[in-house]
Design a protein around this ligand. Sequence first.
Ligand SMILES: [Fe+2]
Ligand SMILES: [Fe+2]
Length: 166
Amino acid sequence: MLFTSEAIKLLTEEHEKICAETKLLRNLDIPQTERKQAFGRLLPNLTSHIKKEEKIVYSFMKLCDADDLRIWALEGKEEHLLIDQLIKKMLAIDISDEEWSVKAKVLAELIDHHIHEEEAEIFPALLKELNDDSDEQLATNYENQNAAEMIPRPFTTEKPVSQPYR
Ligand SMILES: [Fe+2]
Ligand SMILES: [Fe+2]
């Protein structure tokens, strides 16, 4: 029977939610207010996902025997950092600024690319390292982070998202 991973299922479900918002963010033809709302919905989901992924999944990958998984964990963290930095810049400028609009599109492309890489390359390699027990443990650890990891990263405290972006 084909092994299906509960942990990877959790990750891809969160990716779907994130991509529903990046689809709006990257579309310059829709009203700015809709893109602004998409950004407001995206931030808490993305923040939580990135933190849990680093803490639980990337940490697991770093301990794996497969060299490529260890490198991907480091690469993934660097990409998360680029995403963080761009969000920080977006939070520092006015939403009506044309620059915000362009940054939003680039952010969406960056996130979509990162997620595609995780799903196309990293998760299949991760799947090979998992068995029933380790997968169950990984999924449980990931889910247990849910409540604790909803605390925003530093960048989200600079300007409360609930006010300007909703
Ligand atoms: Fe990621
Ligand atoms: Fe991810």
